[in-house]
Design a binder for this molecule. Structure first.
Ligand code: PMP
Length: 422
């Protein structure tokens, strides 16, 4: 296998053989040759219906032709100027139009940079020091948020990273998801809290939904205590609809962080909020944020093309309906065979937890059988279906996943489950 050979070589040159921990797979990851629509193809001639979809950005599927065309036009004009361009204004207008809390925006390159900027902004604006985050919530790989983090940090059993000074971690308070009382207690006790950052739907300990009025309650409490509410919508932004989770649940945060779908697969991040808050960002204000590649012309152009395409092509409707079909078939399978598997879903994202009990927070997520999930995931790959290689990642659908993909996937799942539970 060429993938195996490349991995052996990679291990000598790249840390752990990969460039991001979630890409590591046992016994070795497949190396991708190309991808199109819902399909990803490896260099050994295997093809997979893709539910990882680059971990979320590709609601239009791989290699969308409209985006490709618009980027090639941009390429002819150059791709990095270090000066402002008109497209960044056009894209800002679109975000302001769609995302309820945003009046002004700063474009960066990754979700990590977006949450880093948003947290510094919350501290600068409020003059307070601490932040609250959710146990198992993931907001990128920077010091303030690498405390009980999800995604790769959970998968590899290292919720805290070496190299994060204790003094930093001390300023990050961790509470469970869906627990209003925990937030209430902390904000009553501590008057030095600048912001509360959370994924309104958790996506990095698997897909975990907020309970009934959870988001409304935390909005009420944070407003009362002058704690800025930061929705990290790097996953949910433009996935739960053009206005993200804040529009879906009708709860408006003070600051939002965006990434993934916003860039259609190109590097992007953004954070935005009310003008009075955002004007603290340099050069308007004194909270420093800068970047050589901020608002880079390729990402701006891909993003604009993709926003139009998502709306014109009714991408949400198509992806949601494919996901509902898949999840309803999956639930039937689980019920018919009386399996102890939980399925969480919202719009076009879902997760399977090999667990007896409903998954409502990090603790219930990690109580599942992650080894069994991995066995299932490997079997699925042999049958031509690629789920992310961890029970703590979310599966995504695109508008290119059609009825026959769903049927093939359900057949593969049925046969993999049979083998797992033999
Ligand atoms: N926030 C959330 C909710 C994420 O899921 C991620 C990445 N998976 C990030 C932030 C970090 O984004 P990036 O990988 O683009 O730095």
């Amino acid at each position: 296998m060429r993938s195996e050979e490349l991995y052996e070589e990679a291990k000598k040159l790249l840390c752990g053989g990969v460039n991001s921990p979630v890409r590591a797979m046992k016994p070795y990851p497949f190396y991708t040759k190309n991808a199109k629509g819902p399909m990803i193809f490896d260099i050994d001639g295997n093809s997979y219906i893709d539910y990882c979809l680059a971990y979320g950005p590709l609601i239009l599927g791989h290699a969308n032709p409209v985006i490709m065309e618009s980027i090639s036009r941009q390429l002819e004009m150059g791709w990095s100027y270090g000066t402002p361009i008109e497209n960044e204004i056009k894209l800002a207008k679109k975000i302001v139009r769609h995302v309820p809390c945003v009046e002004m925006v700063r474009f960066v390159n990754t979700g990590t940079e977006a949450t880093m900027g948003a947290i510094r902004l919350a501290r600068g604006f409020t003059g307070k020091n601490k932040i609250i985050k959710i146990e198992g919530g993931f907001h990128g790989a920077h010091d303030s948020v690498l405390v009980k983090a999800g995604s790769g940090a959970t998968t590899f059993g290292e919720p805290d990273s070496l190299g994060v000074p204790e003094d930093f971690a001390r300023n990050t308070i961790v509470i469970p998801f869906n627990d209003v009382e925990a937030l209430e207690n902390i904000v009553e006790e501590d008057s030095d809290i600048a912001g509360f950052i959370l994924e309104p739907v958790m996506g990095n300990a698997g897909c975990i939904l907020p309970k009934n009025d959870y988001l409304k309650e935390i909005r009420r409490i944070s407003s009362r205590k002058d704690v800025l509410l930061i929705f990290d919508e790097v996953i949910t932004g433009f996935r739960l609809g053009m206005g993200g989770a804040q529009e879906y649940f009708k709860v408006t945060p003070d600051i939002v962080t965006l990434g993934k779908i916003l860039g259609a697969g190109f590097p992007i991040g953004a954070f935005g909020g009310r003008k009075e808050i955002m004007e603290f960002i340099s050069p308007a204000g004194k909270v420093y944020q800068a970047g050589t590649f901020n608002a880079n012309p390729i990402s701006m152009c891909a993003s604009l093309a993709s926003m139009d395409e998502i709306e014109k092509g009714r991408a949400h409707e198509k992806a949601n309906s494919a996901c509902e079909k898949l999840v309803s078939g999956l639930k039937d399978l689980i019920e018919d065979s009386n399996l102890k598997i939980q399925v969480n879903q919202i719009t076009s994202m879902f997760s399977m937890f090999f667990s007896e009990n409903p998954v409502v927070d990090y603790k219930s997520a990690i109580s599942g059988d992650k080894e069994k999930f991995l066995e299932f995931q490997r079997l699925l790959m042999k049958k031509g279906v690629f789920f992310p290689p961890s029970m703590f990642e979310t599966c995504f659908l695109s508008c290119t996943h059609d009825g026959s993909d769903i049927e093939l996937t359900l057949n593969a799942i049925e046969s993999a489950l049979r083998e797992v539970y033999l």
